[in-house]
Design a protein around this ligand. Structure first.
Ligand code: HEM
Length: 370
């Protein structure tokens, strides 16, 4: 008789994957309510269920990254693990966008065969979708209301509490902001990065303005217009050069990240070729990718809704396509990281880092003789 511990007991594929439950979870309503079920309702259910399973995986990955970043010390290994996990999330989002094409094999008339049985159910009631948005750090203040209802109105008290707790700070945006603020080289040995940077910005702006003034293709009026447009980027430069301006602009909603976090993100971008900044840089790129892919999904879903419903209102009671388009325009998370590009200057203008800092940011190997 084997006394092998129970944990090594064998398991069957079917059992391991809970297939009894999973495959018994598709119940087209048209099959219950009509003599002939609507053929495409099965697809509608399965596509939604697949999304929910992927949302679960996204939450698993992003939640683990938030946890790693909430520790006071995020070491290099955690950055690599986080990048690997966020890259997985990026691939899942790409799949979710492609998934819409499968849904679109259903025609609007096929959809109308069972749509009447869906009221008032709607993707708007997906708790996991709201958790994904909140775990990434979608700001509460920018959220669209839905027929003047807060998005969380449709959930239970416990679910509302969970969403609230995530929104209040247990999310990726907040964890990344804290981590950026702790970046050690910001105040390295009295390095006057900002003074050098300011001079570089002034040189860059002057060169661009000079190129506009010297252009033989533009009329005087067009030149004036272009120069005025260039001045629109001024608040960005002034904010990074002066914390008071940053705080004013943050108050107006121009930025969301704190001053120190912005400065750190700028330095990581500008000096991303320094060996120790490559990981943080790639990590920030992952955040930008995820934000963009979520926005792409919102547009794509809105387009699908237009194709299926035209201007009809949604089963959940929103204006349908126009509500969804607005969410694509308004619901962004890491806009500040996109905006860092406004602040970038050409490599040729980059202030040289003090040699001690360059050494800190590099990988150094000593030979046996050293
Ligand atoms: C025929 C296919 C679909 C149609 C016609 C459709 C329609 C709509 C409409 C009209 C809304 C706005 C809320 C409302 O008034 O109901 C909505 C919201 C939503 N739908 Fe879909 N949908 C479809 C497929 C999907 C799929 C496959 C998913 C995947 C989970 C999904 C997820 C969502 C989510 C998460 C929202 C809330 C968006 C937000 O408030 O930001 N939908 N959908």
């Amino acid at each position: 008789m084997s006394d092998e511990p129970k944990k090594y007991s064998t398991v069957h594929y079917h059992q391991y994957l809970g297939l009894d439950k999973l495959l018994d979870a598709q119940h087209p309503r048209s099959a219950e309510l009509e003599p002939e079920p609507a053929h495409d309702e099965m697809l509608f259910i399965i596509v939604h269920q697949s999304y929910e399973i992927w949302f679960k995986q996204i939450l698993h990955e992003v939640g683990s990254v938030v946890e790693m970043f909430q520790t006071n010390k995020v070491d290099e290994r955690n950055i690599s693990t986080s990048i690997a996990r966020l890259n997985r999330v990026i691939e899942i989002f790409k799949l979710l966008i492609e998934h819409i094409r499968i849904m679109e094999t259903m025609t609007p008339l096929d959809f109308l065969d069972f749509r009447k049985y869906l009221f008032p159910a709607s993707g708007f009631q997906s708790f996991q979708f709201r958790k994904v948005e909140n775990t990434l750090g979608l700001p509460e203040s920018d959220r669209m209301t839905y027929n003047n209802y807060h998005y969380a109105t449709f959930f239970t008290k416990e679910q509302q509490e969970e969403l609230n707790q995530i929104a209040k700070g247990n999310n990726l945006f907040a964890a990344v902001e804290d981590w950026l603020e702790r970046t050690p080289f910001l105040r390295f040995g009295g390095f006057e990065f900002l003074e050098h940077y300011k001079a570089s910005v002034e040189r860059m702006v002057e060169k661009e303005a000079e190129a506009i003034r010297a252009s033989s293709y533009l009329s005087e009026k067009e030149k004036e217009g272009r120069l005025r447009m260039m001045a629109n980027t001024d608040p960005y430069f002034r904010s990074i050069l002066d914390p008071h301006v940053h705080s004013e602009e943050k108050g107006k909603g121009t930025f969301r990240l704190s001053y120190d976090a912005m400065l750190a993100a700028l330095m990581i971008n500008l000096y991303n070729e320094e060996p120790l900044l490559q990981g943080p840089y790639r990590f920030l790129l992952c955040l930008i990718d995820i934000d963009e892919l979520l926005t792409t999904w919102r547009y794509r879903h809105a387009q699908m809704v237009l194709r299926m419903l035209g201007r009809k209102t949604g089963t959940g009671g929103s204006s349908g396509h126009s509500y969804l388009r607005q969410t694509a325009i308004k619901h962004h998370i890491f806009t500040d990281l996109h905006n860092i590009s406004t602040l970038l200057i050409p490599r040729s203008e980059l202030p040289a880092l003090p040699s001690r800092l360059v050494k800190e940011l590099g990988f150094y190997y000593t030979s046996k003789e050293d």
